[in-house]
Design a protein around this ligand. Structure first.
Ligand code: GDP
Length: 525
């Protein structure tokens, strides 16, 4: 095996940070980038003061909404590792892109606000990570504020997310009373404000797990409380198991405060020790392709258009699954068997995009796309002839009726809708008989991006009429009787002509199941 490739791939750590909005994802990302030397100043990530992008249409939406639409990729080197962080928009208006990004990572970091516990968005994103069986590491944030009891937070992980947990460290106090972290794993206490306690940042623990001799920390009842909790966890908690972490069955839990940069470096160091390097990806037949295979291959998990309005460009984000990418290599697009040369590629840094010359399995590269690629496409070098497994589809929750504003522009309207649907930007349904167009999305933002792109790329102004939230459930064609449809369960077809109902609410769905007990309804992921 190519020794250099082996070393390079093994040094890759590619992960996404998932959280509910405001849990502190941006703040912790910035701290990580600071450790990696990728940015020099906190505030860079959210500030988005990069003049290069400022004029883009895409960023217009961001500016108007004050949120981050782009799920960008940030790369830095730290402790002999090359770290790729894939950003998943934390805003409530997230989209299918957010989910698909999780298809391109090897592990996930789940950030939780200690005062709020598990929030809805975290739960949804967690579900996707769970489905993939990737390791999930938990960072419980905002320890500098009063939050829920640490034991209650662990219980919540187990009850709400149904994942076992193992605390890697444990808070001694919180909020104004935060004294430090009892660091089980490193057998030390990480002191919150070292200056007030005589200067040392770490206080070692003896074999009994206590501070040897007298120490100011020992004078606090919070120290005793922490020891008591730890004892309880040792007796009744889960055992540490690398294997269970790797299988995504056990989540190591770290506490800290991203804002005051407390516990973040400990987290990063320990995380990189246990986080997996790129693993084998499955092809269409379930066969695993080793990342150490010398020929290059990868799949497209995201396409983003209009990053630069001057060029009307689209960028296809590729997760490299095997081998080495070098600028100018020749590849085949699996779907069409078309051959192409990858000469125009880019990689992503926190503050800039630059041309990428060399990347390996685990890395993410961006390819300038002139309309060749679709989401889920595989590209490969030489005779590999691989087709990576299909990206999962996610059940839309929000629906809109959509029409062309100007009837004279029907042609561009249909062209735009079909292309955007093919690209995976949004889902399309048609009502039975009348063939009305209904769009489905997992987040509001997808509709806005759709509308914006229809106008800018296809010159088609659209009228969208919200239908609100619905529960989409597919029904087997052989079970279908059109009289089953009513105003509370609208019957539509998806783009593969499969029938499904859009239920008004849970109540309507239960009513349906009671009435037709033999009819099986199914959701996507
Ligand atoms: P995101 O939406 O998950 O990216 O969250 P942000 O990183 O933007 O943080 C949301 C808010 O919480 C901001 O006002 C942050 O300053 C604040 N915040 C983040 N981490 C901490 C923390 O550790 N402690 C406190 N007190 N506030 C924090």
């Amino acid at each position: 095996m190519n020794e250099q490739l082996k070393q390079e791939v093994a040094s890759r750590k590619t992960f996404a940070i998932i959280s509910h909005p405001d849990a502190g994802k941006t703040t912790i990302t910035e701290q990580l980038l600071l450790f990696g030397g990728a940015i020099r100043q906190a505030g860079t990530v959210k500030g988005k003061k990069t003049g290069k992008f400022a004029k883009s249409d895409w960023m217009e939406i961001e500016k108007q909404r004050g949120i981050s639409v782009t799920s960008s990729v940030m790369q830095f080197d730290y402790a002999d590792k090359r770290v790729n962080i894939l950003d998943t928009p934390g805003h409530e208006d997230f989209s299918e892109d957010t989910y698909r990004t999780l298809m391109a990572v090897d592990s996930a970091v789940m950030v939780i606000d200690s005062a709020k516990g598990i929030e809805p968005q975290t739960k949804k994103l967690f579900k996707v990570c769970r489905m993939r069986g990737i390791p999930i590491f938990t960072f419980i944030n905002k320890l500098d504020r009063d939050g829920k009891e640490p034991l209650d937070l662990l219980a919540e992980l187990e009850e709400v997310l149904e994942i076992d947990s193992y605390p890697m460290n444990w808070p001694i106090g919180m909020g104004k009373g935060l004294l430090g972290l009892y660091d089980n794993f490193h057998q030390r206490i990480e002191v919150h404000r070292p200056d007030e306690h005589g200067g040392e940042r770490y206080v070692p623990l003896n074999d009994a797990g206590e501070i040897e001799g007298p120490h100011v920390l020992k004078e606090s009842t919070l120290y005793d409380q922490a020891l008591e909790d730890i004892l309880l966890l040792t007796e009744a908690g889960n055992e540490f198991s690398e294997e269970r972490i790797a299988n995504g069955e056990l989540t190591p839990v770290f506490f800290g405060s991203a804002l005051t940069n407390f516990g973040v470096q400990t987290f990063l160091d320990t995380y990189l020790q246990f986080a997996p390097s790129p693993s084998a990806h499955k092809d269409e037949d379930g066969e695993k392709i080793s990342p150490y295979t010398e020929e290059f291959s990868g799949f497209i998990f995201k396409i983003q258009a209009n990053m630069d309005p001057a060029h009307r460009d689209r960028i296809a984000f590729v997760r490299i699954c095997s081998g080495i990418f070098e600028r100018g290599i020749d590849v085949t697009l699996s779907r069409t068997k078309k051959k192409m040369r990858l000469s125009n590629s880019t990689q992503f840094m926190a503050e800039s995009r630059e041309s990428v010359e060399h990347a390996v399995a685990g890395d993410i590269i961006g390819l300038y796309d002139t309309g060749n690629f679709q989401i889920g496409d595989t590209i490969f070098q030489g005779k590999m002839n691989v087709d990576y497994e299909k990206l999962p589809q996610f059940t839309p929750e929000m629906f809109m009726r959509v029409n062309a504003k100007n009837v004279m522009k029907q042609k561009s309207f249909h062209k735009g809708v079909n292309q955007l649907v093919q690209e995976g930007a949004i889902q399309l349904y048609k009502t039975f008989h009348t063939e009305d167009y209904i769009l489905g999305a997992v987040g509001q933002l997808q509709f806005e991006v759709f509308q914006h792109r229809m106008l800018n790329e296809y010159n088609a102004e659209v009228v969208m009429t919200p239908m609100g939230n619905k529960i989409a459930r597919w029904i087997k064609p052989e079970d279908l009787d059109e009289s089953m449809s009513s105003s509370r369960n609208l019957l539509v077809r998806d783009r593969h002509d499969q029938p499904l109902f859009l239920f008004e609410n849970q109540f309507a769905m239960r009513w349906f199941s009671d009435k037709y007990p033999d009819v099986e309804l199914s959701a996507l992921l």
